[in-house]
Write a protein that binds this ligand. Structure first.
Ligand code: SF4
Length: 489
């Protein structure tokens, strides 16, 4: 049997990241980026395996044991999710896996890829002792690296775009590789067949009304990147700057066909940072899904200023049952302070229009933005309650590497989390940024109180019971009984 070329690992350590929420509440998402990289590398003739430590769940030691058996030419950890919070917090798990690999199978070359390593390449190499690092998307870089390693010249200098590496205790870098231009033509589907598809689980709220049917679950992307540049967001660091590339609707829907027909998927997340933007793109995808008559339960992100009345009924008919809006703050000035601008008057109108089309509305809010004080945070909570959202995600402000807030925090010498898992919103070590007026502890305490106030509000529970039934409201109450431990409150 010929030697395996590439092993990709998605890191885990969910109990560090989600505490008690890790047992049932949080979603377990198929690792899209590991799947895409695997699909691309396989298309170019290399053999690939994926281990998902989160879905396993598998410890670093178990992964290293499996890697030693498989003995690939290259073992890589992919530290990417597709939202701002998903990469940095996974660095603790990633570093543990790389450590275990080095002690269990030191002959295997290692590589790391993803958003956080892209944002802090030199630091990541120095902290983890990894042999190689892919900066950026990684498709071309990983392929060229495998080609170089398989050609057998291990002592060469690597002139590979996007590659950082260590040689004689020094870190060397190359310019970034170009982005994939033709997503349809160059990227095959994610390698779903290499993933444990039966283990993935949707977010709890995504399945309100059918809370016991959170599996199977999958994700699909229709575009990569985002044209905006909010200061708290690091998503575009992976791509080198703001911008959006789209797949053709036809190709997206053929991938959905595969997920539905081969894996029995009904719960589906559209991963795009900004799905609802170009009308023709969204309309065509919806039309193609409606034609097929699938009974999907989907959710997607939208902006308050990009949802059009014309489109919304079609989205519902296609099975988009939830839209998530990044409202962030009730105070326009606080939003503008982080470059998130939209017309204040549109918030209520868009939420009502969405609800009127039968789509459930999720609001994303961030407490502790730089200009926040108690009054503005209270306004935000009151706005969320007033909007009668079906779910409210309350976040605290984190200085994610790759974001402007991170660069500002470093320049100002603000205290940042002492571990990478301290960037997890729900972990015990979570340490948000302070604001101009409030400490990190004050922000965190406000957030945890606001979450309970919103979701245990009798008016909210009553609405949820009418809409989704008793089982869902019991679930919500159960969720609120879980005590999130916080070291920094
Ligand atoms: S709109 Fe802002 S927060 Fe959302 S993905 Fe784009 S840059 Fe990030």
């Amino acid at each position: 049997m010929s030697k395996l070329d590439l092993l990709l690992v998605k890191p885990g350590r969910q109990e560090l990241l989600y505490g008690k929420l890790s047992h049932t509440l949080h979603a377990v998402e198929p690792p899209l980026w590991a799947g895409l990289l695997a699909g691309y590398i396989r298309k170019h003739g290399y053999s690939v395996r994926i281990i998902d430590a989160e879905a396993g769940p598998l410890s670093a030691g178990e992964i290293a044991g499996k890697a030693a058996e498989l003995n690939p030419v290259l073992a890589g950890v992919v530290v990417s999710g597709t939202n701002p919070s998903a990469s940095t917090m996974n660095m603790t798990g990633a570093a543990e896996i790389l450590d275990a690999l080095k002690s269990e199978a030191p002959q295997i070359k290692t590589v790391i890829a993803g958003l956080h390593p892209t944002a802090l390449p030199e630091r990541t190499i120095n902290e983890t002792g990894v042999d190689f690092l892919c900066q950026g998307e990684g498709f071309y870089t990983l392929r060229s690296l495998l080609e170089a390693l398989k050609s057998g010249n291990g002592s060469q200098d690597y002139n590979i775009e996007g590659l950082w590496y260590r040689k004689s205790d020094r870190v060397f870098s190359n310019p970034r590789a170009p982005l994939i231009k033709d997503l349809d033509g160059e990227l095959p589907f994610a390698a779903w067949d290499l993933l444990p598809m039966s283990r993935y689980r949707a977010h709890n709220w995504h399945c309100y009304g059918n809370i016991k049917r959170r599996q199977p679950y999958a994700v699909v992307y229709t575009s990569l990147g985002c044209p905006f540049n909010c200061h708290f967001c690091c998503i575009n660091a992976l791509f080198g700057g703001p911008g959006i590339r789209r797949r053709s609707p036809e190709k997206v829907v053929v991938e959905i066909d595969l997920l539905v027909n081969r894996y029995g998927v009904r719960n589906l997340k559209i991963m795009d940072e900004l799905f609802v933007s170009t009308e023709s793109h969204v309309a065509k995808i919806c039309d193609l899904i409606i034609e097929r008559g699938y009974d999907l339960n989907m959710w997607a992100y939208a902006r308050i200023d990009t949802v059009r009345k014309k489109l919304i009924g079609k989205m519902k008919r296609a099975g988009i049952n939830w839209l998530a809006f990044g409202i962030e703050s009730a105070a326009a000035g606080v939003r503008e302070g982080v470059a998130k601008k939209f017309d204040q008057g549109k918030i209520k109108k868009t939420v009502e229009m969405t609800r009127a089309a039968g789509i459930n509305v999720l609001g994303n809010f961030i407490f502790g933005l730089p200009d926040d004080n108690y009054e503005t945070m209270q306004e935000t909570l009151e706005m969320a309650m007033d909007l009668k959202l079906d779910y409210a995600n309350f976040y605290v402000t984190m200085a994610y590497p790759g974001s402007k807030l991170y660069r500002d925090a470093v320049a100002k010498g603000l205290k940042l989390p002492g571990s990478w898992h301290g960037y997890s919103q729900f972990g015990e070590d979570c340490l948000p940024l302070p604001t101009k007026y409030l400490t990190s502890a004050e922000v965190l305490k406000f957030r945890d109180g606001a979450f309970l106030k919103y979701h245990l509000d009798p008016g909210y529970l009553d609405r949820m019971e009418k809409k989704f039934g008793r089982e869902t409201t019991e679930h919500i109450k159960e969720m609120c009984r879980i005590n999130i431990r916080r070291k920094h409150v």
